[in-house]
Structure formats: structure tokens, C-alpha cells
Design a protein around this ligand. Structure first.
Ligand SMILES: *[C@@H]1O[C@H](CO)[C@@H](O)[C@H](O)[C@H]1NC(C)=O
Ligand SMILES: *[C@@H]1O[C@H](CO)[C@@H](O)[C@H](O)[C@H]1NC(C)=O
Length: 452
């Protein structure tokens, strides 16, 4: 930190100019490459990853006074939403020291890193750090290696796509001077209301500090967009889940109804439940897990194919297929063992049948189903990787009986071998502060070109 004085001086000068990207810590993005493949072979692209803005130190543009401490805003720097955005700067991140994020250049490891921070979320960032890398996945397959052997019950190592603005909203919102370089503009199908800045404004109206999390709270605004969960998993269970919204691109919701909060869960802009394929939940309890067919005690490859009706990039998305590869063996996804639900892939027919069999509300088809997911791919989506524990539902929707009130003999209730009382963040963080996930060898390309 020999140059900290120089950086501090720069930050103060920048404050005068009304910038809102802090420079007290230098922002150095860890490198992460990926490959683009055709049937002729693969070519490497050098990229980097950027930490989401919500995890960053937020302080005054003129000095190191916190704008946000614990889970409350400073009322002097943040008297209203716009002034707060003008007064506060997002600072650079110490990726390894503060957040436990390291990269070899081809393999990214994210640790839970329990301390003043818990978990993290990063995006794949393109050349010159100006824009996120946009992916068009129709008629493509997306492949990566993952090691979940150090991710116990209650944790989620997630790799997914969301329809964020490519530049993090910087060109659209004049108060956002930080942009993709500082990880701004997050949105997903839960219309998250814990995001501190949405559309260039602080989310301070109605801000309510969490009762069970010292670092977070929720405001009255949320940030909604289409989401394709390629991978939400731990050592016990895994799910692949498209979620769609009835609006294109990132949208700010401003009340409980449009945000789908609380009792309005099914009334919002987005489908919060999604249409999930979790092998255990679909009745095959011997397929995924430690020592099982896909053995989660060591690394394996996850292939996800996005099939269109006419086999072209402009066709309608009709099917999402999953294939695993481990120790050179190609393993097709397990088939559904649920009565009335057929197949081992996600189609609109599968989704409707599964919702009926499990008695779940179908908010996926009512917002456009797979075709809507494909339209989001056509516009381009951003790659997200994260590690997190769940302060809302203890991750039991992924790896345990859920909901708690339902009988475990009812189809669709049990999602993995974790206990009915598992996943409580305080317990998970105390027991597994060093939990981690490694994502590596990311590839995207023509169907059949990324694995063998
Ligand atoms: C909005 O939903 C939350 C639960 O998510 C609830 O606590 C709050 O009272 C609701 N607000 C209104 C105005 O209904
Ligand atoms: C689980 O999936 C594997 C692989 O497809 C299959 O061989 C096995 O029979 C399935 N088990 C059950 C109970 O369906």
C-alpha cells in the first residue's frame, strides 16, 4: 500500500468533479479467460471479473466517511436518493484479502469468507473494463467445470445469466459514474430490494435494516430482470432453472406488487419460482451427490444446451438440456421419476406438468415460458458467479425439505438430503467459514463443440 497517499489525493480531486468511483483502494480485476468454440475448435478470450457494487465500501466522495455503515445509511450524506448517489463513491476492492476471491486466470475460486463480509458476487467483464461480456445462448451450449466438494448444506455456488445493462447503467443514468468497472446495475428475477443503488439512485426510501443480517437491508425499490440459473448447487443438490419477467431488460420496481414482495409473490414483474430441474426433487436420489453417479466429491464438467425450434440462433428457445462429464465419462441428465412428468430436460411441457404434479403456482408460463427466456438471450445476458448463504429461506428450496409446513411424503417437497433445520446462516457461517467453490474452463459454442 505504498501508494495509498497518491490514491487518496486522486480521490479527493475526483470528489470535486462529482465522480462516484472511489480510488482509496485500487480496483484490479482478477483475470479470467473463456473459450468460444465451433466444431472446428476453440479460441481463448482474455477477460476479467468484477465484484458487484453492493459488496463495496461506500464512502463520501470527499473523504473516507462511510455513506453506509452496517445496514444503515448516513443521513447527512444521504438525505435523499439522488443526493446520496452524488455524494457517495464505490471504492476499489481487495479481492483476495476482503472477499476471498482468487483466480489462476482460468479457474476462479470464491470463498464464503465470513467477517465484515459474507460471500460475494462477480460478473465477467470485457475489454477496457467498460462493459460486461454479453452472451447470446440460443442454439448454443455453455460449459464449465465446477468443484462443489467444499460446499455443504445451506450454501449455494451459483453460475447464471441475468439481463443487466451491458455498461451497468452508466450511460442511461447520469448519477452512475462508476459503471461496469465497479460492478453496478445488478438485477435478477427476485427483483432484489437489498440493492443499494438502482437506476442511479440510492434505494433509501423505506429502507429497513434486516433483523437477521448485520450488513443488509431492503428498500422500497427492486431491480428486476430475466435470469437463467445454469447452476445453483452445493455438494448435496443442484438445480438448473430459467426465470422470466414480463419486461425486457433491467427494470426498477417501486412497490410491493410490481416487486412481487411478500404476499404479492406471484403478482410481480418476474417469475420468482422459475421452472427448476433438480434431479433429487425429480425423484432420482442416487444421481447427484458425494459418491453418486455425478460424484460431487471431485470436479466435474457441466454442459447446458439451449435448443431452438428450427436449429438456428434466431429460432424460438424450446428446450434446455443438461449433460455432465466426469473422468472422461459423458453422463446424460437423470430422467424424471415423478408420475405425470416426463423427460430429462426443460421444455414448456415439462414445466407445466411439473407445476401440476407438485401443486406449485405456474408463474413461468404466464410470463412467457421458454420463448421469453430465449428472447432475453437474443438481447444478450451477463455471466454471474457467486457464493452465498440464504437469510430468507435457508437454501432449503435447493437441498432440504421445503416448504417446512409441507409433508415430506408429498412429491416435490424434498430437494436433497439436508435436514429440515439445515442452512441457518449463523450456523453455516460458524461451521464453514472457509467453504468455497471453484469455477473453471468456461466455454461457449455451437451445440456439441465444447465437450467430448
Ligand atoms: C410490503 O411487503 C413487506 C413484506 O415483504 C411487508 O412487510 C410490508 O408491510 C409491505 N408493505 C405494504 C405497503 O404493503
Ligand atoms: C437415476 O439416474 C441414473 C442415471 O440416469 C439411472 O441409471 C438410475 O436408474 C436412476 N435411478 C432412479 C431411481 O431412477
Amino acid at each position: 500500500m505504498h501508494s495509498s497517499i497518491a490514491f487518496a489525493t486522486l480521490a479527493f480531486a475526483a470528489g470535486v468533479l462529482g465522480q462516484q468511483a472511489g480510488t482509496l483502494t485500487t480496483e484490479t480485476h482478477p483475470a479470467l479467460s473463456m473459450s468460444r468454440c465451433t466444431t472446428a475448435g476453440c479460441a481463448t478470450e482474455s477477460h476479467s471479473i468484477v465484484l458487484d457494487a453492493n459488496w463495496r465500501w461506500l464512502h463520501s466522495t470527499s473523504d473516507s466517511t462511510n455513506c453506509y455503515t452496517g445496514n444503515t445509511w448516513d443521513s447527512t450524506l444521504c438525505p435523499d436518493a439522488a443526493t446520496c448517489a452524488e455524494n457517495c463513491a464505490l471504492d476499489g476492492a481487495d479481492y483476495e484479502g476482503t472477499y476471498g476471491i482468487t483466480s489462476t486466470g482460468t479457474a476462479l475460486t470464491m470463498t464464503l469468507k465470513v467477517g465484515s463480509n459474507v460471500g460475494s458476487r462477480v460478473y465477467l467483464l470485457g475489454p477496457k473494463s467498460e462493459n460486461y461480456v454479453l452472451f447470446q445462448l440460443k442454439n448454443r451450449e455453455f460449459t464449465f467445470d465446477v468443484d462443489v466438494s467444499n460446499l455443504p448444506c445451506g450454501l449455494n455456488g451459483a453460475l447464471y445469466f441475468v439481463e443487466m445493462d451491458r455498461d451497468g447503467g452508466m450511460s442511461e443514468y447520469t448519477n452512475n459514474k462508476a459503471g461496469a468497472k465497479y460492478g453496478t446495475g445488478y438485477c435478477d428475477s427476485q427483483c432484489p430490494q437489498d440493492i443499494k443503488f438502482i437506476n442511479g439512485e440510492a434505494n433509501i426510501a423505506g429502507w429497513t435494516p434486516s433483523t437477521n443480517n448485520a450488513n443488509t437491508g431492503t428498500g422500497s425499490h427492486g431491480s428486476c430482470c430475466n435470469e437463467m440459473d445454469i447452476w445453483e448447487a452445493n455438494k448435496i443438490s443442484a438445480a438448473v432453472t430459467p426465470h422470466v419477467c414480463n419486461k425486457a431488460g433491467q427494470t426498477m420496481c417501486t412497490d410491493n406488487t410490481t416487486c412481487g414482495a411478500g404476499d404479492d409473490r406471484y403478482n410481480g414483474v418476474c417469475d420468482k419460482d422459475g421452472c427448476d430441474f433438480n434431479s433429487y426433487r425429480m425423484g432420482n436420489t442416487s444421481f447427484y451427490g458425494a459418491g453418486k453417479i455425478v460424484d460431487t466429491s471431485s470436479k466435474f464438467t457441466v454442459v447446458t444446451q439451449f435448443i431452438t425450434d428450427d436449429g438456428t440462433d434466431t429460432g424460438t428457445l424450446t428446450e434446455i438440456k443438461r449433460i455432465y462429464v466426469q473422468d472422461g465419462v459423458v453422463i446424460q441428465n437423470s430422467k424424471s421419476d415423478i408420475s405425470g412428468v416426463d423427460g430429462n430436460s426443460i421444455t414448456d411441457t415439462f414445466c407445466k406438468a411439473q407445476k401440476t404434479a407438485f401443486g406449485d403456482t405456474d408463474s413461468f408460463e404466464t410470463r412467457g415460458g421458454l420463448a421469453a427466456m430465449g428472447e432475453a438471450f437474443g438481447r444478450g445476458m451477463v455471466l454471474v458467479m457467486s457464493i452465498w448463504d440464504d437469510y430468507a429461506a435457508e437454501m432449503r428450496w435447493l437441498d432440504a425439505p421445503y416448504p417446512a409446513t409441507a409433508s415430506t411424503s408429498k412429491a416435490g417437497v424434498v430437494r436433497g438430503t439436508c435436514g429440515a433445520d439445515s442452512g441457518v446462516p449463523a450456523t453455516v457461517e460458524a461451521d464453514s467459514p472457509g467453504a468455497s467453490v471453484t469455477y473453471s474452463d468456461i466455454k461457449v459454442g455451437a451445440i456439441g463443440s465444447t465437450y467430448s
